[in-house]
Write a protein that binds this ligand. Structure first.
Ligand SMILES: *Cc1c(COP(=O)(O)O)cnc(C)c1O
Length: 417
């Protein structure tokens, strides 16, 4: 097939020249495994570890944990949730200090903030009893909304979406109104990669008198945002995806300064109390972000993400986004060239302005294709219906890796269909 061969040769030359011109290419070597032939398309689910992290973790065990013992809490660890939170805010979220904290899992932080927001809104206006959420949002988000609605006698307003897109301005406008208490929105859809209009959707919710809780799991560390400038109210996001914090690393929560004093979260533990060590008879919430904590911070699990924060700070989130767009554009061109003739369809937005850091490719054989690829050290992930998610981490993914992986996808689709 000489014609096919020509198209493929052109792509190889293009990948090589994109890598040669990539100002972030030098960061790839900062990650464990970058030198291997394995193709990693799942940094949006679990980022690769930075090489520096092995050393950082080992130093923590011997010097800080082993050397300082219980003194470590007073000397440094108690402040770590706030110090790292502020760094994430400054480097990735567009959040001024004092508004971001590292805490529990994404699921638990979403629960705490969503319930606090619903309660505050209903207390101010008893008619505000509706929570708006996308029908295709990540399961934990939908399940939490249903649970909280049952707990508080609230009502869920589901926004139906095209699964190759997400919640947009028209859909949101039709869903909100004088009864809306809170809107829960994904900045980047976990399935399609659809990138929501942060400031636009925030403004629509505010016009209706609602608060917005942004789920930033699939955008933090990949897509720049400006939470303060958007007028965002609340946000939660993962640190083990594009922030490479490692399996189970704790999530971050953002609460705009203007809301902190009026929100009370439901998991009232000693670490969120005004005076942690007074061991007093009743719970009084601390001022500021401390009130959103509950128990002892998972310090060991917060260590690793600092290396990626260093890399992101050095690279700049704008440059990270530029490469992210170049990677997804390239992946779509490759898919158009070698996968669409095999019946593979793009299930993500074509317009880069509406697309986050991953691309979803759809074909009836994708479940089997994924299993075959994993056996061959090409690692995307699978999401129903028939979706192969190609996650492209700007700091650790190269263009040639992207091409190599998509060629393997083509082979696997041929073999499985
Ligand atoms: C990954 C992800 C989560 C994960 O929540 P955990 O509590 O860390 O398991 C939640 N929401 C979205 C949108 C995600 O992409």
């Amino acid at each position: 097939m000489p014609h096919h061969r020509d198209a493929d040769d052109g792509l190889a030359a293009e990948a090589a020249s994109l890598d040669a011109a990539d100002p972030l290419a030098r960061h790839r070597d900062a990650f464990v495994g970058a030198e291997s032939a394995l193709v990693y398309f799942d940094g949006n689910s679990l980022g690769r570890p930075p090489r520096a992290t092995a050393e950082r973790l080992s130093r923590f065990v011997t010097d800080e944990w082993g050397g300082r013992l219980i003194r470590g809490w007073d000397e440094a660890w108690m402040q770590l949730p706030f110090a790292i939170g502020d760094r994430i805010g400054a480097i990735a979220l567009g959040a001024a200090s004092g508004q971001t904290v590292i805490g529990d899992s994404t699921t638990v932080l979403l629960y705490k903030l969503l319930r606090a927001a619903l309660d505050a809104q209903s207390a101010a206006d008893p008619d505000r009893v509706e929570i708006v959420v996308g029908r295709d949002d990540f399961p934990t988000d939908r399940y939490l909304v249903e649970g909280i609605a049952a707990e508080r006698g609230a009502r869920v307003v589901w926004v139906d979406v095209d699964t190759s897109r997400g919640v947009d301005a028209d859909l949101l406008r039709a869903a909100v109104g004088p009864r809306t208490a809170v809107v829960l929105l994904s900045h980047v859809s976990y399935r399609s990669g659809y990138l929501a209009d942060g400031p636009g959707l925030t403004a629509i919710a505010h016009e209706a008198g609602a608060l917005v809780l942004w789920d930033l799991c699939h955008s933090a560390g990949s897509v720049p945002m400006d939470l303060d400038a958007w007028g965002a109210d609340l946000a939660v996001g993962c640190t083990y995806k594009y922030l490479n914090g490692g399996p189970g690393s704790p999530a971050f929560a953002y609460v705009a300064s203007r809301h902190q004093h009026r929100l009370v979260q439901p998991v009232q533990g000693w670490m969120g109390a005004a005076d942690v060590f007074s061991m007093g008879p009743v719970y009084r919430p601390a001022d500021g972000m401390r009130r959103f904590l509950s128990g002892t911070p998972p310090v060991l699990a917060m260590i690793a993400m600092q290396d990626t924060l260093d890399l992101l700070e050095d690279a700049g989130i704008a440059a990270v986004r530029t490469k992210s767009v170049a990677l997804t554009d390239f992946a779509i061109r490759v898919a158009d060239g070698i996968l669409s003739p095999l019946g593979v369809r793009l299930a993500s937005p074509r317009d880069a302005a509406e697309r986050g850091g991953h691309v979803t490719l759809s074909h009836p054989a994708m479940r089997a294709v994924t299993a075959r690829l994993w056996r061959d050290d090409v690692i995307p992930d699978y999401r129903d219906p028939h979706g192969l998610r190609i996650g492209l981490s700007p700091l650790s993914t190269s263009f040639i890796e992207t091409l190599t992986g998509l060629r393997a996808v083509a082979e696997a689709v041929r073999a499985e269909s």
